[in-house]
Design a protein around this ligand. Structure first.
Ligand code: NAD
Length: 494
């Protein structure tokens, strides 16, 4: 008898195993041992989930619900999430290694996203158009798109779900959510709240598995109207190709190599905290990780020394323990990537100021020390490689012009940070930075009210914020002839 915790998927309101009985193991990164058994959806399972979502969208009870009723369900979902934040946070921590104090707090705060979109459900409006024809009225009506395929990675599970299904459901769509193969458990626990909130069966379905066949079948399905994807750029390219099969709309929230710029007039205590939050928060496993640090000449050595000292004191260990400040990486692959990149950086002239190895006191799990690498050259491989780990590249700069050029010298463009007391300078620089988010004298702050998304290889489309709900609708244009006279002869041009 296996002692793994066994999970089922949510399809059409039923909790089911894979139709062929297939499953895979989820590994607890703190111990390196499997802890849960997750069903691996077959193509038939995914098809069933999409058809259930299509039924609810096109003719089931959901399709007849008023926007205000959808809003009430979303509000209830948010309330349940806040109530269950401890339990959900604990499961996410076991599955991903993210610290309980963060997963618990996130689950609670993410309730706000559902409340925000609940409030917007009955505020989506079309337009009356000042049309250039006599005796004619024209207007647009905003309609939901249909079945949304939400494909997510493993980090910040509940955040990613909220920014996708919050606006999607508020606008009247239905959803098939593909959980990450590295973190399905928290998502499936969240599915229980969907049921408890009272959504009709099939409005939200949760399928689990790998990219093949689960992700592919979902994103090529002819009944899918939009793919809302978060993950890495390589998978994103495949998703865009998949969308050629069904012409689904696509939005992409991808990776980053975000620059943080610290000028010599900055509040250095605040800047140090911002840099630490940006790269060592969530063990660096954040799409907005501030993984490239640019220090102005005059403060470079002092700042680097202080930062290294602070990093050396970070308590690394069990993510369930309240005193822990940094947990493990989620996967062995990421640990290997950090080791490989840091070794290459050393070969290319980099100096490791802290970390660069697994902690000696932890002999199981995927732990990696907070690592600071001073890079003499912007062209070093580590400077533009997303690692999804606690590894910071540090570079030096003289003036604004140089640092703007260096900050933009990347294939990514998700986030950025500027620390300075000169607000005019901060505003000059934010204008030149090619990234979707600029944090000035702060870092890693999110809100349901603020949009989120990137440039270049960090993707396209925006999530969060009020406008996101319009991305889950399309305008229908309605023309009305207001004249009693018969319409004219089509062969006479006037
Ligand atoms: P990933 O791209 O490997 O996987 C993401 C999801 O895509 C998973 O559910 C996976 O199963 C699925 N998938 C894989 N192949 C597929 C295919 N052929 N068709 C359809 N689906 C497929 O990402 P990951 O390694 O799990 O996550 C880390 C990445 O996510 C990083 O690059 C990170 O920066 C990014 N990320 C971005 C944001 C953001 O909002 N910008 C947030 C979190 C993470």
């Amino acid at each position: 008898m296996s002692d793994l915790q066994s999970y089922s998927m949510l399809i059409d309101g039923d909790w089911v195993a894979a139709s062929d009985g297939g499953s895979f193991e989820s590994v607890n990164p703190t111990t390196g041992a499997p802890w849960a058994s997750i069903p691996a959806a077959t193509a038939q399972d995914v098809d069933r989930a999409v058809r259930a979502a299509w039924y609810q969208f096109s003719e089931g009870p959901w399709s007849k619900m008023l926007p205000s009723q959808r809003g009430k369900l979303l509000r209830r979902l948010g309330d349940l999430l806040a109530d269950k934040s401890e339990d959900l946070g604990r499961i996410e921590t076991i599955d991903t290694g993210k610290m309980l104090k963060e997963t618990r707090w996130q689950a609670k705060y993410i309730a706000e996203f559902f409340h925000f979109y609940a409030g917007l459900a009955d505020k989506v409006t079309g337009e009356t158009l000042p049309i250039d024809k006599p005796d004619m009225m024209a207007m647009t009506i905003r309609e939901p798109l249909g079945v949304i395929a939400a494909v997510v990675p493993w980090n910040s599970q509940l955040f990613l779900v909220a920014v996708k299904i919050g606006p999607a459901l508020a606008a009247g769509n239905t959803v098939v959510l593909k959980a990450s193969e590295h973190a399905s458990a928290a998502m499936l626990e969240f599915g229980k709240l969907i049921e408890e909130a009272g959504f009709p069966p099939g409005v939200v379905n949760i399928v689990c598995g790998m990219g093949e066949p689960c992700g592919r079948v979902l994103t090529t399905h002819p009944l899918v109207a939009r793919i809302s994807f978060t993950g890495g750029p390589g998978t994103a390219r495949q998703i865009v190709r998949n969308s050629a099969e069904n012409f689904a709309e696509v939005s992409l929230e991808l990776g980053g190599k975000s620059p943080v710029v610290v000028f010599d007039d900055a509040d250095l205590e605040s800047a140090t905290n911002g840099v630490m939050a940006g790269i060592f928060g969530a063990s660096g496993q954040s799409c907005v990780a501030g993984s490239r640090l640019y220090l102005q000449d005059r403060i470079h050595d002092k700042f680097l020394a202080e930062l290294s000292l602070r990093a050396s004191k970070i308590q690394i260990g069990d993510p369930l323990a309240e005193e822990t400040q940094m947990g493990p990486l989620c996967t062995l692959g990421q640990l290997n990537a950090c080791e490989t990149q840091v070794a290459r950086a050393k070969d290319q002239g980099g100096t490791v100021h802290n970390g660069g190895k697994q902690p000696a006191h932890l002999n199981a799990g995927w732990f990696y020390e907070p690592t600071i690498v001073e890079c003499p050259d912007q062209k070093m491989e580590i400077v533009d490689t997303e690692m999804f780990g606690p590894v910071l590249s540090v570079l030096r700069f003289r003036d604004e012009e140089e640092v703007v050029a260096k900050a933009n010298d990347t294939k990514y463009g998700l986030a950025s940070g500027i620390f300075t007391r000169d607000i005019a300078r901060a505003l000059r620089i934010q204008k030149q930075i090619r990234a979707g988010i600029v944090w000035i004298n702060t870092y890693r702050v999110v809100s349901p009210i603020a949009e989120f998304g990137g440039f270049k290889d960090s993707g396209y489309g925006r999530e969060s914020g009020a406008q996101a709900i319009y991305g889950y609708t399309r305008p229908k244009t309605v023309w009305i002839n207001t004249s009693d006279a018969p319409i004219g002869n089509p062969f006479v041009m006037r």
